[in-house]
Write a protein of this length. Structure first.
Length: 217
């Protein structure tokens, strides 16, 4: 009897592998679907990425504060009013992405609509930031004009670059094939949740930088 049980276990291991199907949706689907990575791995990765971004901008903020108090060459810069509109646009995008995230991603029209609106608002924000740069340049305020203007360009450019990465994530969720057998190692719902976390973080970061530039100029 023990020999028969052992033989049966060997047959099962040969069919499914020694550990059976992996957790967190990791079982390979039909048509060669890629083995999925556990959700916790993605959330750990984005937590580390956000921590690194925080340290980067905290270093810039510390430099801003220290440089502002170092000498008499610091000159206030009149910030373009469009920055207020840009901030409102970005805050609105947090509302729309949250509306999208609360709906099932796969095959749900409401998700696609809200996700598309969020993406459009993100591009509108970046276009508004470029317009703010153009207005400053038209007023004769360049990166080399004084330390305040230099920090303005560096901070807004850094924020824009990171937010551009968020836009790529939004486009990835919207246009990547999510059908079975497409080779995705992550579900669309998980990808949408990760993108929304990053996007909310970018919104909060911009509000912080905007307040820093407004109050510290």
């Amino acid at each position: 009897m023990p020999g028969a049980v052992a033989e049966e276990l060997e047959i099962q291991r040969g069919d499914r592998g020694p550990l059976g199907p992996p957790a967190d949706g990791g079982e390979e689907g039909g048509g060669g679907e890629a083995r999925r990575v556990p959700r916790r791995a993605y959330f750990t990765a984005i937590s580390l990425a956000l921590a690194a971004i925080v340290m980067f901008f905290m270093a810039l903020t510390s430099s801003f504060i220290v440089r502002r108090g170092m000498g008499g060459d610091w000159q206030p810069v009149r910030l373009p009013r469009i920055l207020w509109l840009n901030t409102a646009v970005l805050l609105a995008s947090s509302v729309t992405i949250e509306a999208a995230r609360r709906k099932p991603a796969r095959g749900f029209a409401g998700f696609r609509v809200w996700w598309g609106i969020t993406t459009a608002l993100g591009f509108a924000f970046l276009a508004g930031q470029l317009l703010a740069w153009h207005q400053l340049a038209a007023a004769g305020v360049y990166m080399a004009s004084n330390p305040m203007s230099r920090f303005f360009y560096v901070l807004t450019a850094s924020n824009g670059a990171h937010l551009g990465g968020g836009l790529l994530a939004l486009l990835y969720v919207a246009f990547r094939p999510w059908t079975p057998g497409a080779g995705a190692r992550i579900t669309q719902d998980t990808a949408a949740e990760l993108a929304s976390i990053y996007w909310h973080f970018m919104d909060g970061l911009w509000v912080f930088l905007f307040l820093l530039l407004t109050l510290g100029r």
